[in-house]
Design a protein around this ligand. Structure first.
Ligand code: ABN
Ligand code: CU
Length: 706
């Protein structure tokens, strides 16, 4: 029996244990974080330690459903921690049983490095500013003496550099100059890159290009109001902002239609748990659909489990730029506090997120998760031409949005998990923030590897690729997956089977083994993917209950075989991988496809996805599976992306197919409905949307322009 399954049998909490939250998947509370830190600190009394991670170790799937569905014991509260101990290589990591106030495992893992926290990033700038050789290089580049307070660096993990391997904890400092504190430093990159040993607290090397590029003398380009005023302000319009700033509000006079019980959301027919952790950020679990009193399970767990941003410049040391932002920094660790009416509009419910600081005290990011509803346009409509379209039913929909925004140094990633009333689950990503920039000389030919987005500013080509992790549970634990391709009939025009040449069909291939599950988008066949329960057959269509993944923003990974990024992000080279699910010894498993400790992994050996794929022979048909989907875009920068990018939007959808008996939104109250008889009798029918009813909609001609 797994250790956690054994622990699940001991249900009483020890004296001094903090109260357990209501739901076993709830993130650790501030009290729980503190209590874990105390236990860990006691165990490392003789060492100087820095807390890196304290997070919930989610219960194994079986224990969870035994509690949830079979009246079994509540799974124990287990925390996973990572600390860095002075003088020790690698990480110290382990597990604390919070309920029993007991350290149940701890070890020093070497050859790996921990995730970078905001504390680690902030520390580096000071180290760099005070290093004599960095100061000399800044001055050589043209920085006047005594201006080191104007030097900034974006601290990145080194990725992997074979000169040092994984023995030291290293950052590469991407260097910039800010002419004043409110400037955007990305207009003024330096050409050299210091390497910082974080544990030693010093610069250990500086990568300096053979051809030097002096610091740009061009004025910075920025985007704060004072800079907009400088750029565009006129006597008539001092602010410089265009004057089309009429307000659009979302009004919900009767409040929201979602219900939150702690972290458990009920909205429309959906029910699911909203979790949040340092690494994946938002995690949606135990998702069910309850249509007409029949609850059905859909997904056990959905999250973004990894991402990579590989850059395309062949010049050393830019090959090191391939941030695995979720595994190396954390979509949770880097999450923003959100502002009411700014980041999302309407009637908002927020959830806070809690993390340990370096001393193990709990810190809180207020308003880390935003939950709200918006109008979703038409849900369905039909009118009858026979009476000039007066007979009609028009039903508007609304959507539920669970969102967060995280900042990966220069970039912002805005993540919107969107639920539609018809059972569709959508993930929308909005990419904004600032391009990673590098200096270019006045007349330099930068080749095809980037774009000059501003004088002396080269923005390298790059990609933003995500791994979406779907653990389905459609009508039960045994699920399958496969491709779905639109194909013309294999029979030629004029043949008995295709006399007129017009026949086409949907070619569905079920993945039998892990090897089959490694597939790619095929634009020529409008490929989608099915995740389905082969044991749950629709009474009309005879087809299995399915969630269909529709995802077209699927750039191929452009780095070649043998490249560092291909080795370190083995999941990124294909658009799908499907793995039979296995619990970890100590909890929920198969989480991170670039491994548990991503920073400074060389990409060699079997970790994460490479280990899970193994020889590819394992069966994935009609069993408990995890479906990984790589999606994202390739970004060839343009001047329009500078000094800050207008949001670039890409998305994907999971749509129910052969799950519901018929259109699942027939029971959404129509906005307007008039039958043919009502039209003939001049009766109104149902009307919740016309100008006489909906007081918030008006004719533009009747609005006073201010
Ligand atoms: N994109 C690299 C990165 C992410 C977060 C923090 C620092 C650097
Ligand atoms: Cu980009």
């Amino acid at each position: 029996m797994e250790r956690l399954a054994q622990l699940a049998l001991q249900t009483t909490a020890a004296v001094g244990a903090p109260p357990a939250p209501a739901h076993p998947l709830d993130p650790l509370s501030p009290q729980e974080i503190k209590s874990v830190s105390n236990i860990v600190r006691n165990n490392y009394k003789n060492k100087s330690i820095i807390f890196n991670t304290v997070t919930l170790r989610e219960p194994i799937k079986r224990a969870y459903y035994e509690w949830k569905e079979k009246n079994g014991p509540k799974p124990p509260r287990i925390a996973y921690f990572v600390i860095v101990a002075e003088g020790d290589e690698g990480v110290h990591e382990g597990l604390v049983d919070i309920s029993n106030q007991e350290l149940i495992e701890f070890k020093n893992t070497t050859g790996v490095q921990p995730i970078l926290t905001p504390y680690d990033l902030q520390k580096t700038e000071n180290i760099v500013r005070n290093d004599p050789e960095v100061i000399r290089q800044c001055e050589l580049s043209g920085l006047p003496k005594g201006q080191m307070d104007k030097i900034y660096c974006d601290a990145w993990t080194i990725g992997y550099d074979e000169r040092w391997g994984a023995g030291k904890r290293l950052q590469q400092a991407l260097m910039y100059y800010r002419s004043d504190e409110d400037d955007s430093h990305y207009s003024h990159p330096f050409d050299f890159c210091p390497i910082v040993d974080m544990n030693a607290g010093k610069v250990i090397s500086i990568d300096i290009p053979q051809v030097r590029r002096p610091l740009s003398k061009f004025k910075h380009s920025s985007f704060h109001p004072k800079h907009i005023q400088e750029k565009f302000g006129t006597k008539e319009n001092p602010s410089g902002y265009r004057d089309d700033n009429t307000i659009i509000n979302i009004t919900q006079p009767n409040g929201v239609s979602f219900k939150l019980d702690g972290n458990v959301m009920t909205w429309s027919n959906f029910k699911f748990h909203i979790g949040f952790n340092y690494r994946e950020g938002i995690v949606l679990s135990d998702m069910t659909w309850n249509g007409h009193g029949k609850p059905r399970s859909l997904f056990h767990r959905i999250s973004l489990c990894e991402m990579v941003v590989p850059y395309g410049s062949p010049d050393f040391p830019h090959q090191r730029k391939h941030a695995l932002d979720i595994g190396e920094y954390g979509a949770g660790n880097c999450t923003n506090p959100l502002a009411l009416g700014c980041d999302c509009k309407g009637v908002i419910h927020y959830m806070d997120a809690h993390f340990p600081d370096k001393d193990g005290e709990a810190t809180t990011v207020k308003n880390a998760v935003c939950i709200h509803e918006e109008d979703d346009g038409l849900l369905f409509k039909h009118s009858d031409f026979r009476d000039d379209f007066q007979t009609n039913v028009t039903t508007r929909g609304k959507k539920l949005i669970v969102s967060q925004i995280f900042t990966a140094a220069n970039y912002e990633y805005c993540l919107y998990w969107i639920f539609r009333q018809d059972g569709t689950i959508k993930l929308e990503v909005r990419l904004t923030g600032i391009l990673n920039t590098y200096i270019c000389g006045d007349n330099e030919d930068i080749g095809p590897w980037g774009t000059k987005v501003y004088p002396n500013v080269n923005a390298h080509n790059h990609q933003h690729l995500f791994s979406l992790r779907l653990h389905p549970r459609i009508d039960g634990d045994n699920n399958s997956a496969g491709t779905s391709d639109a194909r013309p009939s294999p029979f030629p025009t004029g043949s008995n089977e295709n006399m007129y040449g017009n026949a086409f069909y949907c070619d569905k291939q079920t993945f039998k083994t892990v090897k089959d599950g490694v597939t790619n988008l095929d634009g020529a066949t409008a490929r989608t993917w099915d995740i389905f329960n082969p044991n749950s057959i629709h009474p009309y269509s005879g087809k299995p209950a399915t969630y269909k993944l529709v995802s077209t923003f699927c750039s191929p990974l452009l780095a070649q075989e043998g490249s560092l990024v291909r080795k370190r992000a083995p999941w990124a080279a294909n658009h799908t991988q499907v793995i039979p699910y296995k619990d970890d010894q100590y909890g929920y498993g198969l989480l991170y496809p670039s491994g548990d400790h991503v920073a400074q992994w060389s990409g060699d050996g079997k970790r994460g996805m490479r280990e899970w794929i193994g020889d590819g022979k394992a069966s994935i048909d009609n069993t408990d599976i995890v479906f990984f989907h790589t999606f994202g875009i390739t970004h060839f920068p343009a001047p329009e992306d500078f000094p800050v990018m207008p949001t670039e939007i890409f998305d994907l959808q999971l749509r129910p197919r052969n799950i519901h008996l018929e259109n699942p939104v027939l029971d959404v109250r129509p906005s307007y409905a008039r039958t043919t008889k009502e039209v003939k009798a001049n009766a109104v029918g149902v009307d919740t949307c016309s100008l006489t009813v909906d007081k918030s909609s008006r004719l533009a001609t009747e609005c006073v322009q201010k």
